[in-house]
Design a protein around this ligand. Structure first.
Ligand SMILES: Nc1nc2c(ncn2[C@@H]2O[C@H](COP(=O)(O)OP(=O)(O)OP(=O)(O)O)[C@@H](O)[C@H]2O)c(=O)[nH]1
Length: 777
């Protein structure tokens, strides 16, 4: 199974009952650790003796280890841990419920102290007092004298984990390494033990080369390898490096003063600003562009090169940062090379491979809430090998933990947390599975009425529908959502339906009651006939998604479902039979048109991707496209069909396009990707030939165009027509339920429609009409 939504599961996790992390052995102290203990323990002991605190060497070592050689914190902790534990005594009961570590207790006490500390008031002027400025005459020039900190630096006590400490240590290391590269002062023999230890280990090793010390093993929680990313499509040719001018502003005088180390031999307290900034700045502080000038220049540059800006947005932060490094020669920066088209003749390839290619079909799963749609599809995926038994076992375990064990198979389809928590399908889940003759895409639409727009979106991408009816709930199966779903399936133009009469394993009094199945089948066929479906396009199969009988495999000939084996095809066979390839060469040769069903962001190699069904034309790597209604252009960087990389895709396929040269803000669900040479116009009104399900007047309503739904309404009733399209009455005052009519539809925001597109009109949560666009002028 390949998921369009790029959700992957780490196979190793499937049977992992425990923690995802591993602990490394932390017991062994290295020679260096021991040396650190030997050096620091006396320092701490001296501090503690002064404060009258008695502790063992072991306690000191523990504290040093915990605080990663931070003497200050270790001393604080040890002092605090020896103070009376009043709070602990008073809350002994609650401590039993959730025991605090001694480190946490010490941290709390320390935090309390910190809050109570009274701080002297501090004013901004204090910072600038005595600070010379760039144009101050030398006779009034003062010294920059850093004061003692006006308030103590906040320190973490007890709350800092070794991991955090390690990160801090790494930062220090990097900073010191950078500093030592530019300037490496001679080792000072008078360095205190603390100073020596605060130096990075590498630096120390440089001072006195000796036997290589093994790095200390910390009890680091090591994360498992992440789930391997989905296979990337064929990578595009690497983009040549381009030279970018430097746009970075030099630091301000004040910033420099704050961040610059004192020159060798000068004590910070006696340093003047001139010492810090050098004569050049002091002589002419306004020489060169100001930071504002630099920013303005960068803005002007990016305004003048919109394409470049878009490319940097798509190609990631690194590129964007590079693009901002301008220095005035920006306008001459070379343009980003385009993804090259391979110049394939897709219609020709399509025709050549037609006989060899497996048929492909997408079906939408419809039916009332809880009639077992997701479970049935989970079963189908499991039994066709698209999902592994161990995956289902994992879901079974998780579902049982959440008290929803019967939903394990449904979870194969319902991957969103909300879907799992609520036990209902919220979005359209897409899954793929294959038989020997057909590649199928399942569009699992939400059964709940709150999500009908998603259902319309799913159905509009499908070739056929699978209607799931609970054999025990015929009442609801023929009412409510099922009725609306069936009408919507028809409204979006679906003709073929496979009906799965489900949950036959739980019919009463006998499981697999044949009479019950026959009764349900009769009702459903009648209902579908009345709804406008031709019987030759409807297949009804008995099955049980939960037990798997007659889904992909025929039931056992000896069990209660034996009668099914001889009389009905499995659901899978029925699906295969219903696939009628209806895409012709002319449709493939038309200009590209794909309505975006989903937008994906954030991949490293493919920062922005869209998926949807190609309704006309074809697409290949390197094609230029226009996204309507924004009118933004983009280039197809790579394509996937059935989540497999491929060089091209054509009408009828649901595919993913990885785009470049476009800012993701211009891509929304419901937008249309068109061939750059033939962008579909954006309109605010169009006429449609519709069938009324309720009485219609010129009125406000929701206008659904596939995956897009926008506010709008009927602006004008043009005429009523008969089934042949002949005008019965012009400008009627009302169109009654069951009548057909030509109406003028208006929408608030421009939409992309073409003659022949399907439109569904809904008002107050109900579908009131549907039809086909027949004019956009
Ligand atoms: N006995 C029995 N129970 C089933 C069968 N199929 C599904 N169920 C149960 O019916 C309940 C609903 O199943 P789902 O698959 O979530 O139903 P759904 O139609 O997808 O529901 P929505 O996603 O909310 O539309 C779960 O408890 C399933 O275990 C079946 O064939 N037999």
């Amino acid at each position: 199974m390949q998921r369009v939504k790029n959700l992957g599961y780490d196979e190793d996790e499937l049977y992992d009952n425990h923690d995802e992390y591993e602990q490394e052995d932390a017991t062994a102290y290295t020679a260096e650790d021991k040396e650190n203990f030997a050096t620091l323990t006396p320092v701490i002991r001296a501090e503690l003796d002064e404060a009258g605190v008695q502790v063992s060497d072991k306690d000191i070592e523990d504290a040093l280890w915990h605080y990663y050689w931070d003497v200050g914190k270790s001393v604080s902790y040890l002092k605090n841990s020896r103070t009376p534990r009043l709070q602990q005594q008073s809350t002994e009961k609650s401590d039993k419920a959730k025991a605090k570590s001694k480190f946490d207790e010490a941290a709390e006490r320390s935090a309390e102290k910190a809050v109570r500390t009274t701080m002297p008031p501090m004013f901004a002027a204090d910072w600038f007092r005595n600070v010379s400025w760039t144009l101050v005459p030398s006779h009034v020039e003062g010294d920059l004298i850093p004061n003692e900190p006006v308030r103590p630096m906040p320190k973490l006590l007890g709350g800092s984990s070794k991991l955090a400490k390690l990160a801090e240590e790494r930062r220090k290391k990097a900073a010191t390494a950078a500093a030592s590269q530019s300037e490496s002062p001679a080792p000072n023999g008078s360095l205190s033990a603390l100073e020596r230890l605060s130096k990075p280990r590498d630096a120390k090793e440089n001072e006195a080369p000796g036997p290589k010390v093994e790095p200390k093993k910390y009890p680091i929680r090591k994360k498992r390898d992440p789930t391997p990313p989905p296979r990337e499509p064929t990578p595009p040719p690497p983009e040549p490096e381009e030279e970018k001018p430097d746009l970075r502003a030099s630091p301000t005088a004040f910033g420099l003063a704050l961040s610059t180390s004192p020159p060798c031999g000068l004590h910070p307290a006696s340093m003047t600003l001139k010492d810090l900034l050098g004569s050049e700045v002091a002589d002419d502080p306004f020489q060169g562009p100001s930071p504002d000038d630099t920013v303005l220049r960068a803005q002007q540059y990016s305004k003048g090169t919109p394409n470049k800006r878009r490319q940097s947005g798509v190609n990631g932060l690194a590129k964007k940062t590079e693009a901002l490094k301008l220095n005035g020669t920006a306008a001459s920066a070379p343009a980003q090379p385009k993804v090259r088209s391979r110049g394939l003749d897709v219609p020709k390839l399509w025709a050549e491979e037609k006989s060899r290619r497996k048929a492909s079909a997408a079906f939408v799963v419809i039916g009332h809430v809880d009639h077992g749609k997701s479970t049935l599809m989970g079963r189908l995926l499991l039994d066709t090998g698209a999902v592994a038994q161990r995956d289902v076992d994992k879901y079974q375990k998780q579902a049982t933990e959440m008290g929803k064990s019967s939903f394990a198979l449904a979870w194969v389809m319902d991957t969103g947390t909300e879907e799992r928590e609520r036990g209902v399908t919220v979005d359209i889940a897409q899954h793929h599975f294959s038989t020997n003759s057909v590649d199928f895409t399942i569009l699992d639409a939400p059964g709940h009425r709150d999500f009908v727009p998603n259902m319309i979106g799913g159905a509009s991408m499908a070739d056929m529908a699978v209607l799931v009816v609970d054999a025990n709930q015929l009442e609801s199966g023929m009412k409510g959502q099922t009725r609306e779903h069936v009408l919507l399936a028809k409204a979006v133009g679906l003709k073929r339906i496979v009906v799965a009469v489900n949950k036959l394993d739980s019919t009463t009094p006998d499981a697999w009651s044949r009479s019950q199945f026959d009764g349900v089948k009769g009702e459903v066929l009648k209902f579908l006939r009345e709804s406008g479906f031709a019987e030759q396009f409807v297949t009804v199969v008995p099955c049980s998604g939960l037990s798997g009988d007659n889904v992909a495999k025929a039931p056992k000939v000896s069990g209660p479902a034996a009668w099914v084996a001889n009389t009905h095809p499995t659901l899978l066979k029925a699906l295969e039979k219903s696939v009628i390839p209806d895409i012709d060469g002319a449709t493939i040769r038309r200009p590209l048109r794909l309505q975006i069903a989903d937008v994906f962001r954030g991949g490293v190699t493919n920062p922005v991707s869209v998926s949807g069904r190609i309704s006309a034309g074809n697409a290949q790597t390197g094609d230029s496209v226009v996204v309507q209604p924004s009118g933004e252009t983009a280039t197809i960087k790579a394509l996937e069909v059935n989540a497999e990389p491929c060089d091209y895709a054509f009408a009828g396929q649901i595919c993913t396009l990885h785009l470049t040269d476009i800012d993701p803000i211009h891509l929304r669900t419901g937008d249309v990707v068109c061939a750059a040479s033939h962008p579909v116009p954006v309109v605010k009104t169009f006429t449609a030939k519709i069938e009324a399900l309720k009485s219609l007047l010129p009125q406000a309503m929701d206008v659904h165009l596939g995956r897009l739904h926008v506010a709008g309404g009927i602006k004008q009733l043009v005429s009523t027509v008969d089934s042949e399209g002949e005008v019965l009455k012009k400008k009627p005052r009302i169109v009654k339920a069951g009548q057909k009519a030509i109406v003028k539809v208006g929408v608030e925001d421009g939409v992309v429609v073409e003659v022949g597109d399907r439109v569904v009109l809904r008002a107050e949560g109900a579908t009131v009409g549907f039809g086909v666009v027949d004019g956009t002028a």
